[in-house]
Design a protein around this ligand. Structure first.
Ligand code: ATP
Ligand code: MG
Length: 366
């Protein structure tokens, strides 16, 4: 039985259009409505950031500080199995700090796995239609929950890979320090490749289930993980040594998990190239629901769900499937919409639902 996670209070200062926001969400459904450009997505982004340490909209956190501000702060009071904790992120143009109950976490990975959240937003379509990097990021995020040490191997792997590439380009393929770099790359690359494969296997298993739940009957999904590296250290090292000339010429390494792909096909057609818009949406949704199931089983808690503009992205039948799923999931949910009237929830009793209006970055209860 998984434990229940609930955001009890959210405070935001100087984050995007949100200069000062302070609200207390309901335990089940929170509907955040407002016209375009008022700050709905920013609210969801702030909740995601305080939980995961990252934004789903940008890799450049400096962009998220309100114009002219030197620091943004997001703080959340979170209850899990009756215990309350305070998570707090302060973002400066260069430095960032993360605190749990006022204390610095042992690692960023330990901070980012405290409060599992899953976001579904319009940009997620690129999970299916976009480059493999988006699918690898999904795998890495899920791996973090199953095996937090994976982040460490990934960082060390990438660092050594960059050092080898720079050496190759600046000093040439006979440079003596390449052997040491390649041994290091192989050591962490093998571990990293293992996390990727195990995570892909878990995700694919759950994906066939979630896909069946949201897709039209008869549509057949094939998901295959293709490793770009190796889980055998000697093989990995030899592959690197044998590709020095090629990697130098190409300007990037041609072997390793940075080349992994999670191949998705409908029927026998590659989804990225051939699926219709609607099919891509359904597949993206199934991927997110699989992420949700993975996080739930890895963390033993119901992840909090953040749905940005979901109904604008899906047809009514699929939207219905999402909401039925949410009802069953028991999670706390935050939904943004320009049309709150479409979200009737007669089954929720008073305190289970709260409605908020966002106008020019101000959030108020309605
Ligand atoms: N760093 C920033 N500082 C101040 N304002 C910002 C910053 N980044 C974005 N904004 C402003 O925030 C507003 C957009 O907020 P947001 O994307 O949250 O709106 P939204 O309500 O989700 O809109 P939509 O319904 O169109 O998705 C825009 O007006 C944008 O100019
Ligand atoms: Mg928005």
């Amino acid at each position: 039985m998984s434990s229940h996670i609930v955001f009890r209070r959210i405070q935001v200062r100087s984050f995007r259009i949100l200069s000062s926001v302070d609200f207390e969400p309901a335990a089940r459904l929170n509907v955040i409505s407002g016209d375009n450009g008022q700050g709905k997505t920013s609210v969801i982004e702030a909740v995601y950031l305080v939980a995961t340490s990252r934004s789903f909209r940008t890799e450049h956190v400096a962009e998220t500080l309100s114009t002219g501000a030197s620091q943004a702060v997001i703080a959340a009071r979170i209850e899990e199995a009756g215990v309350v904790r305070e998570q707090r992120v302060a973002l400066g143009a260069r430095a960032r700090s993360y605190r749990i109950d006022g204390k610095r976490p042992a690692s960023l990975a330990s901070y980012a796995t405290q409060t599992p959240v899953v976001v579904f937003h319009p940009g997620d379509l690129t999970l299916v239609s976009g480059p493999a990097a988006g699918r690898r990021r999904l795998l890495d995020r899920v791996a973090l929950f199953y095996e937090p040490v994976s982040a460490d191997h990934r960082t060390r792997y990438q660092r050594a890979l960059r050092a080898r590439q720079a050496t190759l380009e600046e000093r040439g393929p006979r440079s003596p320090e390449l052997d040491a770099y390649e041994a290091l790359i192989a050591e962490h690359g093998v571990a990293f490749a293992g996390y990727r494969r195990r995570t892909a296997e878990r995700l694919i298993e759950l994906l066939s289930e979630t896909f069946g739940r949201v897709a039209a009957p008869g549509l057949r999904l094939e998901a295959v993980y293709q490793a770009g590296g190796s889980e055998d250290r000697e093989h990995f090292r030899a592959a690197l040594a044998g590709r020095r000339l090629e990697d130098r010429r190409r300007g990037r390494p041609s072997f390793g998990p940075q080349r992994d792909e999670l191949e998705l096909a409908l029927g026998s057609m590659k989804a990225r190239a051939h699926a219709s818009q609607g099919q891509q949406r359904v597949l993206a949704l199934a991927l997110k629901l699989a992420e949700l199931s993975c996080l739930e089983s890895a963390r033993g808690a119901d992840p909090v769900l953040l749905l940005d503009d979901v109904s604008s992205e899906l047809d009514p039948a699929r939207t219905g499937a999402v909401y039925r799923f949410l009802e069953a999931a028991r999670s706390q949910v935050f939904v943004t919409t320009t049309r709150p009237e479409l979200l009737a929830t007669p089954e929720l009793v008073g305190a289970e639902r709260a409605d908020f209006a966002v106008v020019s970055g101000r959030v108020s209860r309605v």
